[in-house]
Design a protein around this ligand. Sequence first.
Ligand code: CA
Length: 375
Amino acid sequence: MGEEFNRRKFVKAAAAAAGSALLAGCGSGGSGGGGGAPGVITGKKYEWNMVTTWPPHFPVIGEAADKLAQWVDQMSGGRLKIKVYGGGELVPPLEAFDNVRQGTVEMGHGAAYYWAGKVPAAQFFAAVPFGMNAQGMNAWLYGGGGLELWQEVYGQFGLVPMPAGNSGVQMGGWFNKEINSAQDLKGLKMRIPGLGGKVIAKAGGAAILSPGSEIYTNLERGVIDATEWIGPHHDLLMGFHKIAKYYYTPGWHEPGTVIEMFINKAKWESLEPDLQEIVRAAAYRSNLWMLSQFEALNNDALQKLIGEHKVQLRRFPDDVLATLRKYTDEVLQELIEKDATSKKVYEHFDAFRKKVGAWANHSEAAYHSLVAPSK
Ligand code: CA
């Protein structure tokens, strides 16, 4: 596949790009200057609503939605104002997709696996068990053609998707008993959504879906035996350490969950190009902001859980992870046999995962094993 690097062509292209950047700079230097160019600022003001699948101002994830709206407001000089609603404030959380699709609301903020019932292939744009981490997902979406595929899939529903955040590698969850072998998963009632839930079901467990607000009481009352949530920062806020003893790693089922923003396509196309760029820029910033928050906060919370709250940190045994991986392959196989779009997206995803994984062996993994603290 080796593409010859043509230095001369590159230098020429770079010079041309610099020239046009300079021209663009001159053209837009004075605000309110002469019009006529395509995408000229009209001064038209937009007031949009964004519905989210999160509780209002939900730490980190909901905050990112609030910030995104604030950044768009600032960058556009108030031309595009976005009012953010928590799940249930304007529409129920899991009706965000349909409301944006129908245009009753301009934008939504959620995670693509929530729409698996309508769009099975959407799951690949959120989290795949044993799939890619945040760095891999960003590489696939921004650099590997993944976003174009996502646009194609959501385009059929009249939506424009954008990555707008990432949780990083999640934790494996909270358990009241140790998981020493795959046998211990049999009969286990676990709150775990998406493809991961299907894997637990294959392992002989029961995947229970509880909304975030009900997980704590369900675990406390024994309606469920175990739950996954996000990672130490969020899990500490949820208080799971008060009712579960064992905290398992790694989050095999959500190795780098993408948080999405989606926009009604007709509304998107009604925006001037500069406002579209502002929205894109805010989504990029939000993606990086969210992942950076989680990465910055998680270890402090984990140490608090272990040190102050005496939580027992455990790693799933290798044979348990191998079993879960085997069932994951079966779950994915069944999904792609039933749905042609899922097959197309999965094949693209999987080829990229292999490619980025091969490189990671020589880069991230090699470096991490060199410098990682032992604990
Ligand atoms: Ca989770």
